[in-house]
Design a protein around this ligand. Sequence first.
Ligand code: COA
Length: 254
Amino acid sequence: MSHITTELNNQCLTIIINRTDKKNALTRDMYQDMADALYDIKDDGNTKVVIIKGAGDCFTAGNDISDFAEQPQNAQVSETAAFMRVLAECKVPVIAQVHGMAVGIGTTLLLHCDFVYATPDTRFVLPFINLGLVPEYASSYLLPKVAGHIKAAEWLMLGEPFTAEDAYQFGLLTKIVAGADIEECVASTARQLVAKPSFSLTQTKALMKGEGERVTQQMNEEFDIFLEALSTPAAKEAFDAFLKKRPINPEKFK
Ligand code: COA
């Protein structure tokens, strides 16, 4: 069964991450399904908005750590890269509807969205440093740009969770919306966007995203370092500790 559900209604594609027993942790198949959904609407000339959200009690717990731990190097990330690249290049506006936890790529991907609504209880975290990894998908460029170097350093170098209030204050969110209202808020924004003329909508986004080459360059640089990091002893120790539900051994995490 696919853990990604898609709905195409009224010129709006909705992608729902639906692997609730694993906190919507993203597997390679799930990335591929999301990439395919975005490829399918890429040039259909009809879809005008994309919504991404999570089922159950959170947005996503990020990349499936067993995928990180088990796959041979290079195999882990091609589907992830396919999804993130097509997301970054998406011509129509993308709305993220976030609640619960947004871990790792669950926060990274928000930097490639145009509207981000989150419930007040949402916790964001970029835990790469605590997994022996590095930032990904241009977040080492986009996050300092959005939030400033000092805040980005705190989030990326300490890897501690931060609140929706913090995320809003530092420019990651459009708005904080109560859980009971977020569905309608997102639907309302989607309806407004669908009512705009297609040419103006896509061209406005294209003009705002004028630094595609810089973002791609950063993604490529991060990609190589991320692959290297995946096979370091520190990363292996962090993955093993998570999967065995044990604390990290500091002797092996240097
Ligand atoms: N990869 C694989 N499995 C994951 C996962 C992930 N990223 N996140 C959660 N799960 C699994 C847990 O192993 C657990 O599986 P089990 O029921 O078979 O034991 C199940 O999802 C529920 O998670 P649990 O940890 O019990 O829920 P929680 O509410 O106590 O904590 C999180 C939620 C998100 C805080 C916690 O699961 C977590 O820290 N996950 C890892 C996040 C992470 O580091 N992601 C990688 C980013 S690069």
